[in-house]
Design a protein around this ligand. Structure first.
Ligand SMILES: [Zn+2]
Length: 366
């Protein structure tokens, strides 16, 4: 067989596997846990999250109906139990998780889950608890709104000062804030704007959250007042809300202190982000173990280093990451994003694509 034919067959097989329904995948490559990661469920996008693919409560409940029908749910304790045995049941049960600690976890998500008697893990950025600071990405989101209405000459001056001359392909699925893509709605808004605004918008969507000083200076220049916004909107969970979530049977996890990409930090700093945020959650809830979700992506972190860290600090529970349905070390749980960050508009399509990746087929335990 010629190489061309062989690669054509391979492409065809890959395409048809991508199209295989999850009913088939659940039997072909069953999982001891399918973990799904959401951030926010809200009726409308708040200004600080204008650029996230926010699910409304109706869409979220439809996801829960789907998962209830096809998978069923487990809680964190059951997952810990499964990770401690050699042949856990491979029944594709789902563990729901929610990252970043937005207040809607307590006001919208938890009441829905409680009504359905479904548990979940809420991963908090511990420096934001009690609305002590506005998260960099949320500051950038507020600036984007302002840039769209700021006079062009001011935008041009700022763009020149920041040395921004190019904009990467503006319409594709470029990563937003490191891990998610722009929504169609947001792209439409950006593309409708004067193209001369694009370099600054692009910078805000991709680079700004790593340029703290420049972002703060830009807030001032644009008249964005992070402290006033924080006080008025109170976007993050409070200590009281966290205690109530815990009292209602939910697991509280840590998502670092400052939400920086851990592989960009020194090992000492990364260790501090993990250990101190787990301790901060433990100090509030009294949990013996606190699961930890890597900000953005933890795939570049040395697994032996992570294992040693768990040995040294018993407060650290299981680690959670965002590499789909790939099976990792037993102490690392990979997750699929539940939000519509790509063209896949339903959870069935999202899970189909996640299961269609060859990485999802290999078993780490029997
Ligand atoms: Zn996050």
């Amino acid at each position: 067989m010629s190489n061309r034919v062989r690669s054509a067959i391979r492409a065809l097989a890959s395409d048809s596997l991508q199209a295989a329904p999850t009913a088939l995948w659940r039997r072909l490559a069953p999982k001891s846990c399918v973990s799904v990661c959401y951030h926010l469920v809200a009726q409308a996008r708040p200004s600080h999250l204008k650029h996230y693919a926010v699910l409304d409560p109706v869409a979220f409940e439809a996801d829960l109906d789907y998962l209830d029908r096809h998978n069923g749910f487990i809680d964190y304790a059951a997952l810990v139990e499964r990770r401690s045995i050699t042949s856990p049941p491979r029944d594709n049960r789902v563990l729901l998780t929610f990252d970043d600690g937005f207040s809607e976890c307590a006001t919208i998500i938890a009441p829905i889950l409680k009504r359905r008697a479904v548990s979940g893990v809420f991963f908090l950025i511990t420096d934001l608890i009690d609305n002590q600071a506005l998260f960099r990405e949320n500051k950038a989101a507020l600036c984007i709104d302002r840039v769209l209405t700021t006079p062009m000459d001011v935008v041009a001056a700022i763009t020149a000062e920041l040395g921004l001359t190019t904009v990467r392909a503006q319409a594709s699925s470029q990563p937003l804030f490191g891990h998610i893509s722009k929504s169609a709605l947001e792209l439409a808004a950006l593309e409708a704007s004067d193209p001369r605004r694009w370099p600054l918008l692009d910078w805000l969507l991709t680079e700004a959250s790593n340029r703290t000083e420049a972002l703060d200076a830009l807030c001032e220049r644009l008249g964005v007042q992070p402290d006033a916004y924080l006080a008025a909107a109170k976007p993050y969970l409070t200590r009281e809300q966290i205690l109530e979530l815990h009292a209602n049977g939910f697991t509280i996890g840590a998502h670092s202190c400052t939400h920086r990409q851990l592989s960009d930090l020194s090992p000492e700093e990364a260790e501090r982000e993990i250990v101190e945020s787990c301790r901060a959650v433990q100090a509030i809830t009294g949990q013996e173990k606190v699961p930890f979700a890597f900000p953005y992506f933890g795939g570049w972190l040395d697994r032996r280093w992570l294992a040693a860290l768990r040995d040294r600090y018993p407060v650290i529970g299981l680690f959670f990451d965002t590499d789909g349905l790939r099976e990792d070390e037993p102490f690392i749980v990979q997750r699929v994003f539940g939000e519509r960050f790509t063209r896949d508009s339903t959870l069935e399509l999202i899970l189909r694509r996640a299961w269609g990746r060859p990485a999802a087929w290999k078993r780490r335990v029997s």
